[in-house]
Design a protein around this ligand. Structure first.
Ligand code: NDP
Length: 337
């Protein structure tokens, strides 16, 4: 059972040497009476929040990983042995699993059954998974959109951003995204149907770039990155604008984050800035899946996925999130079935 373990707690940007691939020695058997299941992992998700769990003394909504233990995260897997009547051998499940070929899952509240239908299995890690719910709840519940709103999304080609932008377009908003390469900008304006997009790495003045894209200001900023982009967006907000603080991926790599200077605009322009966690919106899951799966089937939403082959490539795939190597949702394929 090949596994990826965290070697030590990390400081600053994650590197490949912080993780190692090893051969697991634990017996692959479901203990009788445990109610557990043994799964074969098929697809694993790389998510920016996992970086937080690699830090010592990480106090958040989720505990840190322990050095020497298998990294855990969202995955799609197939049940190969079961001591639980809710899961049969051959069932496909998604939920929290390990970065390893096979996982013994005893906390069954962490997994749910999924149907194998016309939606590809790994989409349950993005479009119809945690990032999709984040986009759905963040946009409809936190941003309180109105038709015609001017919407700005950062990390716009990523797992969350691409869905936010497309939901906003469907809603009738004017949508601009920022991303870190020309290739991503072209995808946003072409395939994903954003009204405009810019490469923030090519802009010497982020505030001026936003002014150019939004001469009348921004109603909604869906913030995936924090830092200098958030500061620039704040000064470009309109009166009664909304900032949904989804994540601050630009700060993960640094121990000394850049300060935010423009918070007083919240007062001047009566802006509402609200942080949120998708886990507070799990009750919306059925509605979200129905809505987004329908949009996907109708061709109203397209989905960008970046698939790396092989468990041994999971550390590199994960690290790539923090320099923008991923084009779309980063997934690792461990096995196809
Ligand atoms: P992405 O698929 O968007 O991957 C991360 C992207 O962030 C990279 O591709 C890169 O794109 C961008 N990025 C990396 N470093 C920087 C930087 N220094 N400055 C600006 N952009 C950077 O990830 P997700 O869609 O999964 O996550 C997006 C955000 O949403 C993250 O902040 C994450 O923590 C947050 N999140 C929050 C949740 C919640 O419940 N609140 C749930 C899920 C995610 P580029 O090439 O454009 O720079």
């Amino acid at each position: 059972n090949k596994q990826v373990v965290l070697k030590w707690f990390i400081v600053g940007a994650p590197q490949e040497k912080d993780m190692e691939v090893r051969e697991g020695t634990a017996e692959l058997k479901v203990p009788e009476g445990s109610g557990g299941v043994l799964v074969k992992n098929l697809y694993l998700s790389c998510d920016p929040y996992m970086r937080g769990r690699m830090r010592e003394n990480y106090s958040s909504y989720i505990p840190p990983f322990q050095p020497g233990s298998v990294i855990e995260g969202f995955g799609v897997a197939k049940v190969i042995d079961s001591d639980n009547q809710n899961f049969k051998i051959g069932d496909y499940v998604s939920g929290i699993t390990g970065w390893e070929q096979y996982s013994l899952i005893t906390r069954n509240e962490h997994i749910k059954k999924i149907e194998k239908d016309d939606i590809p299995l790994p989409f349950h890690l993005g479009l119809l998974g945690m990032p999709g719910l984040t986009a759905y709840a963040g946009f409809y519940e936190v941003c309180t959109p109105k038709k015609g709103d001017y919407v700005f999304v950062s990390a716009a080609s990523g797992a969350v951003g691409q869905i936010v932008g497309q939901l906003a377009k469907i809603y009738g908003c004017y949508v601009v995204g920022s991303a870190g390469s020309q290739q991503k900008v072209d995808l946003l304006k072409g395939k994903l149907g954003f009204d405009d997009a810019f490469n923030y790495k090519e802009e010497s003045d982020l505030s001026a770039a936003l002014k150019r894209c939004f001469p009348e200001g921004i109603d909604i900023y869906f913030d995936n990155v924090g830092g200098a982009m958030l500061d620039a967006a704040l000064v470009n907000m309109r009166v009664h604008g909304r900032v949904a603080v989804c994540g601050m991926v630009s700060l993960h790599a640094y121990t000394d984050p850049e300060g935010i200077h423009n918070l007083f605009t919240l007062v001047q322009k009566r802006i509402r800035m609200e942080g949120f966690l998708q886990s507070d919106y799990l009750h919306l899951y059925p509605k979200f899946v129905e809505c987004v799966a329908n949009y996907y089937r109708q061709g109203k939403i397209v989905y960008l996925e970046d698939m790396k082959e092989g468990l041994e490539n999971a550390p590199a795939a994960f690290i790539g999130l923090f320099s923008g190597k991923n084009v779309g949702k980063q997934v690792v394929c461990v096995a196809r079935d």
